[in-house]
Design a protein. Structure first.
Length: 339
């Protein structure tokens, strides 16, 4: 994909503007980690400002246990739910078949809308069709920018992972990188694959993928350490998530390597690592914004018939680079769990 295409830029710019306009109404609220069991979110949030009839919306993600990235997505979703007088029901499972079952549960409960991630879109194709047949609007977020329209979803909120990868590849060129490894923590996740493929497309050096089990951090650490010991010419480790990046920093130290660590995605610990210089930079996709816009879009559709992106283009929330030059301004929000 050509990031510099003028026609593409013209299509995306108005959509990003819409996202920015809606984001002006953001409000914070509390969050906790999700799991297989569906939970009602936003219980501690301030009272909603909308006087429209109460809606029930299901947010179904592929969150793995302990992955704090999804706490940020959920905080954004809960803020929108509080504002819009929505009962938010959150559920998650990293297994694609189980995630599809959670969507089916939401259909059976006759919710007013569904927001779903499409890390493994083929597994969600059938239930997405069933939701549409039941008259339940469905929007996508975070994963599935290449597949949401194929599955018949109304809208999509997230970053184009290929574009994000290409941007990171260009960034590697600018810092003089020559040889890197891209650490993939979940095989079969289309978004992660697109990130590494995007890096490879623009990076002028050599890049290979290293597959690890993202649910087993000691294993992640030992696998990256072994790779760095095996190949002392590696000068960069590219992580696809903040927890993996922080673990990679330990691997670099254990291996006695001079490799630098860069990553996709943020959390408060990672902004601290950027400030200290143990992580070079991060690509931020603004997960809070993804959760907020996905839920708010269903309220807008229900109450005003709106489609962000006109049902044709995704609403892009990234990529945006965070490094030492701007980390201080971002860290204050990361500390609150909203960046």
């Amino acid at each position: 994909m050509d990031r510099s295409s003028p026609s593409r830029s013209r299509r995306i710019a108005p959509v990003v503007a819409m996202a920015a306009a809606v984001a002006l109404t953001l409000a914070g609220c509390s969050s906790s980690s999700g799991g297989k069991k569906a939970e009602e979110g936003g219980a501690d949030a301030s009272a909603g400002k909308a006087n429209t009839p109460r809606m029930t919306v299901a947010l179904v993600t592929h969150q793995s246990p302990g992955d704090t990235f999804w706490d940020i997505v959920r905080k954004g979703a809960e803020a929108a739910a509080a504002k819009d007088n929505i009962k938010l029901v959150y559920s998650a499972d990293p297994n694609a078949g189980n995630q599809a079952n959670l969507v089916q549960n939401a259909i059976d409960q006759k919710v007013d809308g569904i927001a779903v991630t499409l890390a493994k879109p083929d597994a969600l194709r059938s239930v997405a069709g069933k939701a549409k047949a039941a008259g339940i609007p469905v929007v996508g977020l975070n994963s599935g920018v290449s597949d949401w329209k194929k599955l018949g979803l109304l809208e999509f909120f997230g970053q184009d992972e290929t574009v994000a990868g290409e941007a990171l590849g260009n960034k590697l060129n600018s810092v003089g990188a020559k040889k890197a490894v891209c650490v993939v923590q979940e095989q079969g996740n289309v978004g992660l694959t697109q990130r590494c493929d995007g890096v490879k497309k623009t990076f002028s050096g050599s890049l290979e993928n290293l597959y690890v089990n993202g649910t087993d951090m000691p294993s992640v650490k030992s696998t990256i350490t072994a790779k760095l010991k095996q190949d002392s010419s590696l000068d960069h480790v590219i992580a696809l998530g903040a927890p993996i990046a922080l673990t990679a920093v330990q691997s670099v130290s254990d291996a006695g390597s001079k490799a630098k660590v860069a990553t996709f995605d943020l959390n408060k610990d990672l902004t601290g690592a950027i400030s200290k210089g143990t992580i070079e930079f991060a690509v931020d996709q603004q997960p809070y914004l993804q959760g907020y816009l996905a839920i708010d879009s269903l309220w807008l559709y229900k109450n005003n018939g709106n489609y962000m992106g006109g049902g044709e283009q995704p609403v892009l929330t990234g990529p945006a680079f965070v490094d030492k030059s701007n980390v201080d301004s971002v860290a204050q929000f990361a500390a609150k769990g909203t960046r």
